[in-house]
Design a protein around this ligand. Structure first.
Ligand code: SF4
Ligand code: SF4
Length: 421
């Protein structure tokens, strides 16, 4: 049987010796026990497709679509396989070649979501409409009367997962009297409209530690969702816009309080490596990117970071733990808060099922992972869950709500901000 070849770069998989060390770290393998839902299996499939030995069928793409791109496999691989780059290459090839067209509805929803996050004006408009749904009390009414449970399942899921839109917007703090560093904060897309107060908390914590946070007005969505979806053209366009905007700010560091965005910004160098006009600029940009926990932990001094009597557990975001290999810094910061007790949950480093828009596109697996995560959280008896990524916060919040548990889910900088207030 002949089929159209699908060419993409499988170089990141070159070191794979098919040892299987990665299997037990893979959330989809943990759930299914299937080789085709494991990193080793997916790597094999991608290599076979790229070599023209296996047809790029719908079934095959489903195995790739079910990958969370959490990169847990990459973090444990003894051969240094670059799984994150590999799956992005494969997804981009599928999208660009149109060899397996998606259903009309799935394609439309996907395009709408990606177009929305990339355009700040449109995103503001959509956020304003959705905020009315909350402000008028309609959301509360639907829940209180049980009408929400009668919604079609897909709509109910979207309703449960859409971000809070009535929280205060970002407000830059005053410049510290004796600033010792100058940084810019990535405001992002969904974070900007939904978690502006988390940005404010991050900026306030930085400012209290003598760091000036400057505004970068022309910054835009980082493009992570586009890259993960295989929309490389848009991801590249957004990356260039951000590089230009942050260059103008002339800062020591670009601080990010969303782990998924931070991981993607640190990959701009890789994304633009083949573009002679942008490669060096992208590398310079990348060298300045720091997750907020990484940046705070790297500041001199080991003094207490305020006081807060709270028993918390920490949900480690995949794009912080696996993609950026930052696991100890967030915990070390929490331990510097007087009175705060940190209780580790089981499988803290296993994905919660959020993974960008994965929880909308692969609802069954996402729900299983979310429920597993909620079980682990509840077993700790913590009074609050702390994370460092908005996607994880939404996913965990929806899982706790589903169980009727009113446990707050906080960003780590919110905890520090409260402790230092
Ligand atoms: S990706 Fe790494 S850990 Fe997994 S099978 Fe290949 S070499 Fe082994
Ligand atoms: S990225 Fe995550 S879900 Fe995908 S193969 Fe690796 S461990 Fe599994």
């Amino acid at each position: 049987m002949s089929f159209a070849p699908l060419t993409f770069d499988v170089e990141p998989a070159r070191g794979c010796i098919h040892c299987g060390v990665c299997l037990e770290s893979c959330p989809t393998y943990l759930l299914t026990g299937l080789e085709t839902e494991s990193p080793r299996g997916r790597i094999h499939l991608m290599q076979q497709v790229a070599a023209g030995r296996v047809a790029p069928t719908d079934t095959l793409r489903t195995h790739l679509d079910r990958c969370l791109a959490c990169r847990a496999c990459e973090a444990v691989c003894p051969s240094g396989v670059g799984y994150g780059a590999l799956i992005e290459n494969a997804r981009a090839a599928f999208e660009e070649a149109h060899v397996v067209p998606r259903s009309r509805l799935a394609g439309l929803l996907r395009r709408m979501l990606l177009a929305l996050v990339a355009d700040p004006a449109r995103l503001e408009g959509a956020a304003g409409i959705l905020a009315l749904y909350e402000r008028t009390g309609l959301r509360h009414l639907l829940r209180a009367t049980g009408l929400r449970s009668r919604m079609p399942k897909a709509l109910r899921r979207m309703e449960a997962l859409y971000p809070p839109l009535t929280r205060p917007r970002y407000r830059a703090p005053a410049r510290p009297a004796h600033a010792t560093a100058r940084v810019a904060l990535l405001l992002g897309c969904v974070m900007r409209v939904a978690y502006g107060d988390v940005h404010t908390a991050a900026a306030r914590v930085l400012s209290r530690l003598g760091v000036e946070v400057v505004d970068v007005p022309d910054q835009i969505c980082c493009g992570a969702l586009h890259a993960h979806a295989g929309e490389r053209h848009d991801a590249t366009r957004l990356a260039k816009r951000n590089i230009e905007a942050f260059e103008r700010a002339k800062v020591d560091a670009i601080v990010v309080d969303a782990a998924g965005c931070g991981a993607h910004l640190k990959g701009y160098g890789h994304l633009l490596a083949g573009d002679p006009q942008w490669a060096a600029r992208a590398e310079t940009f990348t060298s300045k990117v720091r997750d907020v926990t990484e940046y705070l932990a790297s500041r001199e001094g080991n003094e207490r970071l305020g006081k807060l009597a709270l028993r918390v557990t920490y949900q480690s975001p995949c794009h912080l733990a696996h993609a950026q290999r930052i696991t100890q810094e967030p915990r070390a910061l929490l331990r510097r808060v007087e009175g705060l007790e940190l209780i580790e949950m089981a499988e803290a480093e296993v994905c919660c099922g959020s993974a960008g828009s994965y929880n909308l596109q692969q609802p069954e697996l996402a729900d299983e992972l979310r429920d597993r995560k909620v079980d682990a959280i509840l077993a700790t008896g913590a009074e609050a869950v702390v994370s460092a990524n908005p996607g994880c916060m939404l996913q965990v919040r929806s899982g706790l709500e589903e169980r009727g548990r009113d446990i707050p889910v906080l960003h780590l900088v919110e905890v520090l901000d409260r402790a230092m207030s």
